[in-house]
Ligand binder design. Structure first.
Ligand code: GLA
Ligand code: ZN
Length: 683
């Protein structure tokens, strides 16, 4: 509990020195710049396989040992990667089975990266050999802090080996083919299977409309990839290293259910590349905050920001430079939400190949730059935040975000194939909770919710076994539950729930969803408050996208629709259930409604961050301001960040009792992109 991961905030990033082995003066200059920028850690070896093992069984590690020795002497630690993210040409040539097969069943040629089969026994064997050699040669070096397993696992392989593995996985999951047929409801369209051997993974040139098959394939891909990650970690352990292992995850990556990796890795880490300045920074900041919260919630522990860009990427549609101060604000936002590191891609810009124009700490010019000064500011900030290491966020609010449910919902042909706007609903709920002063965990349906005070359930299309029961128990013992339209529609096999939806919750919510109306783009409805309503709402709110039409059986209407044949029917409701309250949001309302609902509910549920609210005089958090508390047994650290384009005043010109300023200068106001960190002692 509250254990610092590495005793200091890590600052540095991906370093690919194999590109410069013939230029020792460049490598020496790198170390000098690292010192000046307060860099203390680099990740090595992500893409070094072809240099470490130039031919099968021939190893070349001297350069790596020398690099690590020199870095260590310069005070720089190492996160050591396994190189399985990109394999050498000899491996593809000698063993074509390691090459991926795409969904149309074409075997890919050598090239790119993430282009290998996770099932291939040959690939596993070769990965084991190189990983073992890495541990043997550098794994015990005192510079090495942790293992960076592969790089951004992702993608799918449809090769015969993977198909066989999928069939075995299905056989283990269902036992009999009849159970599978029932789960997938294959009798419709005459898709009944008589043997597991007949099953093929989904394909654009074959079966792609059997939702149960597609859903199970996605689950299988996750299981396969997580199995490969475990396999890699085992190779490290078997070779004698017990240093913590992580896999770097990606932003809202739909290809994998990261929940299944949480038990496999020791530390969660992720790569954060927000498109800053594409729109107002407060909007991008909200999105990045959600992603940090999701990553932290996977283990409810400090995580690593494994990659970010010090200037501009080279892969966004428009790769814009970060304005002065943006790198610092973005980096400290990660720390506010639970990161114990700020790491970049990459330390020195490549001279050629695919990422030569991707921003880096040291650029092609090779001299001092504006970006270096920005990085130095981050380094200094992290040094002054050392006490925060190992502390974490204790959220009293949670939002349910279940990847399997999203897969099923997005694949199902349903009310609005032009877009269900899940992200918009999710973001509005998240923003409402944050405006109310809550810290927020983002968790799957499978996680424990008993310790939260408020739980929001946006479009939980799939109701997994036990989920409805958990929500019932939560409300009856005093929790505040907010459920949205298009929840509790199908079971874990994507079979529609019979006898009323939201499944298992109709009595808790006091209503039944009868029909759902989909609105065309640009079409709107609206809702008006019921006199004397439970939230004290007084204005009209516009809604669009999806409008649920419900029959009430115990719920009190709070808002009613204004238009269409369902005008006058409830659009927002509430019901007391046991010691708690259950709310139902029937449509995708405008943002303001979510702030109005959640500012109120966070307060009544007692879910606001206690130390932070002393800074805001108990009222709601201004829009565009991020407030997050990290705590350990000794102290609470409240991060306050202004992502607005204007300065704003904090409610009080004087510091609240018990607070000191750990980072920044307290003047009673916050400039755009300014961060203040307050410490409240608990002892
Ligand atoms: C990813 C990869 C890195 C690099 C960066 C560029 O996060 O992990 O190797 O390609 O993108 O932004
Ligand atoms: Zn394969």
């Amino acid at each position: 509990m509250n254990k610092a991961l590495f005793g200091r905030m890590l600052h540095g990033g991906d370093y690919n020195p194999e590109q410069w082995l013939d230029r020792p003066e460049i490598l020496a200059a790198d170390r000098e710049y690292f010192r000046r920028m307060h860099i203390n850690t680099v990740s090595l070896g992500m893409f070094s396989w072809a240099v470490l093992e130039p031919c099968e069984g021939v190893f070349n590690f001297d350069w790596l040992v020398q690099i690590i020795d020199a870095l260590y002497a310069a005070g720089v630690s190492v996160i050591m990667a396994t190189p399985s993210g990109a394999r050498p040409k000899w491996l593809a040539d000698a063993y074509p089975e390691v090459l991926r097969v795409d969904a149309e069943r074409r075997r890919t040629l050598f090239g790119g990266r993430h282009n290998h089969c996770y099932t291939s026994p040959v690939y596993r064997e070769k990965v084991k050999i190189i990983n073992t050699e890495i541990v043997r040669c550098v794994g015990r070096h005192p510079a090495v802090l942790a293992w960076h397993i592969s790089n951004e696992y992702g993608g799918e392989c449809y090769c015969p080996l993977c198909q066989e593995a999928f069939r075995s996985w299905l056989a283990a999951r269902y036992g009999t083919i009849d159970k599978l047929n029932d789960a997938w409801q294959t009798v419709f369209w005459s898709h009944v299977y008589t043997d597991f051997s007949q099953i093929e993974a989904p394909s654009p040139i074959g079966e792609h409309a059997l939702h149960g098959l597609t859903l199970d394939w996605k689950r299988f891909v996750t299981a396969r990839t997580a199995d490969f990650a475990s396999f890699e970690i085992e190779t490290i352990r078997a070779a004698g290293s017990d240093k913590p292992a992580t896999v770097n995850m990606m932003y809202d990556y739909a290809g994998l259910d990261y929940e299944r990796f949480a038990g496999t890795v020791d530390i969660i880490s992720w790569d954060n590349y927000p498109p800053w300045h594409k729109t107002e920074e407060k909007i991008t900041a909200l999105d990045a905050a959600m992603q940090h919260d999701y990553m932290r919630s996977l283990k409810k522990a400090p995580f690593l920001l494994m990659e970010s860009c010090p200037s501009a990427t080279n892969w966004q549609a428009v790769s814009k430079l970060k304005r002065p101060g943006m790198l610092l604000a973005s980096s400290l936002q990660a720390v506010a939400h639970g990161a114990d590191s700020v790491l970049y891609f990459q330390m020195r810009q490549s001279r050629g190949a695919s990422e030569k124009f991707h921003g880096a700490a040291i650029d092609h010019w090779g001299g001092e730059t504006r970006v270096m000064n920005e990085i130095t500011d981050v380094g200094l900030a992290l040094e002054s935040l050392g006490a925060v290491c190992g502390s974490t966020v204790h959220a009293a609010a949670a939002i349910i975000m279940d990847r399997e449910s999203r897969w099923a919902m997005e694949d199902a042909a349903g009310p609005r194939n032009a877009g269900l706007k899940y992200k918009a609903l999710f973001t509005r709920i998240y923003n409402g909770l944050r405006r109310g002063g809550a810290a927020v965990d983002i968790i799957s349906e499978e996680r424990d919710i008993s310790a939260y005070r408020i739980v929001a359930v946006p479009m939980a299309y799939m109701c997994k076994p036990g989920f409805a029961e958990k929500l019932r128990a939560f409300v009856s013992s005093g929790g505040t539950l907010v459920v949205s339209y298009w929840s509790g529609i199908v079971d874990e096999y994507d079979r529609c729930c019979l006898n009323g939806t939201p499944h298992g919750l109709t009595d808790v919510l006091g209503l039944r969803s009868c029909e759902i109306d989909a609105l065309y783009d640009g079409e709107q409805n609206a809702a008006i408050p019921v006199a004397g309503n439970a939230l004290g709402l007084t204005r009209r709110y516009v809604c669009d996208t999806l409008c649920d039409v419900v029959d009430l059986c115990g719920a009190m209407p709070v808002l009613t629709y204004t238009d269409d044949f369902y005008a006058g029917r409830a659009a927002l409701t509430f019901k007391q259930f046991g010691a708690g309250t259950a709310w139902y949001i029937g449509a995708l309302f405008e943002e303001e409604l979510f702030s109005d609902i959640f500012c109120r509910l966070v307060t009544t549920a007692g879910a606001a961050q206690p130390y932070a609210m002393r800074l805001f005089g108990g009222s709601s958090v201004p829009e565009g301001v991020g407030v997050t508390t990290r705590e350990n047994d000794d102290a609470a650290y409240v991060f306050v960040q202004n992502f607005n384009r204007f300065s704003l005043c904090l409610p009080s010109k004087v510091l609240p009792k018990g607070a000191s300023v750990l980072y920044g200068t307290y003047t009673g106001s916050l400039a755009p992109l300014e961060t203040l960190v307050f410490a409240f002692s608990k002892t």
